[in-house]
Design a binder for this molecule. Sequence first.
Ligand code: SAM
Ligand code: SF4
Ligand code: SF4
Length: 356
Amino acid sequence: MDSVMDIPHDQLGRTICDLRISVTDRCNFRCTYCMPQEVFNADYRFMARAELLSFEEIARVVSLFAGLGVRKVRLTGGEPLIRHHLEVLIAKIAGLGAACASATTPVATATPGITDISLTTNGALLTAAKARALKDAGLRRLTVSLDALDNEVFSRLNGVAFPVDRVLQGIDNARAAGFAPVKINMVVRKGVNDAQVLPMARHFRNSGCILRFIEYMDVGHSNAWKMDDVAPTAQLINTIHREFPIEPADPNYKGEVARRWRYQDGAGEIGFISSVTQPFCGDCTRIRMSADGRLYTCLFATEGHDLRRLLRERHSDEYLTNWLRDLWQAREDRYSETRSERTVALEKVEMSYIGG
Ligand code: SAM
Ligand code: SF4
Ligand code: SF4
């Protein structure tokens, strides 16, 4: 295995720090901007069980990436909590082993270099027991997606009439299990849920949760994205500032995706992820893996790289490490900096497949 000194840089000088792993392409929601019912219906072909990487295969991939500089792992999907016994995978990545899945030890570093394991979920399956099992297995950070506080708006947006109270309960369960702070992701679409920005801000002030407003992106090719649908961060900042004065806060680390702001009255922190109006490709150190083991060097990619085939051909760690290094060194992605009518129309891979 190569030394830490030998970590690869891509064509724009970026290292590889974050690995986002989609553990399933299935979801119990049908959010209109992500998995619209018209496309993701009974005729849609989801991955078969045998196509999914096993937990052992995923853990091997993580350890190979750790040797190339990856420090953070985020589990996503589809809806990651649909994958049974996800805490067993978390324990494996944390280096604790499946047998210790219920231990209360914090994240171990037996997998060299992995210091942070996080999860993004819609919160529907976040029972008190599940939240505790995830925490005990070594999950460090948890993000729950919630696009509206009003039950009618939320039911319409999630496509399956899922009640907002149950997501709020999931967030409470996460907090009770010791996740602090829980982050809340709200994708804001103009004319759809932008009227929910202030109610959401009000609800999560003083809660200890960090609410993050995400600009609606042209991921995939089934949501008919238009620039006009984006609620620009600058407008949201004005809207919130008029009601609850806010001020910018320093980033926690270089390359942090969310710009941090805080309430001037001490009611906590909020964030803005503005990949459309303020792209951050220059600092993008993320690589993504689909549930069937394809690697994507950009969220807006049209094609992936088939790692599963290589894993199942039983190549050595050294062979796979060299293949991954070559892949990263060839990377020149900067989609959000070059977005145009032409790129918006490309057949990009779906968010539910590649993971958020
Ligand atoms: N199902 C989980 C969830 O919703 O949290 C994890 C996967 S989901 C694809 C990850 C995140 O991507 C969610 O916060 C979701 O709101 C966000 N997302 C999906 N489509 C998006 C889009 N077109 N633009 C911006 N964010 C999007
Ligand atoms: Fe499912 Fe998450 Fe996509 Fe909504 S955003 S459809 S919860 S994967
Ligand atoms: Fe990274 Fe691609 Fe997003 Fe740019 S557009 S920040 S390269 S994922």
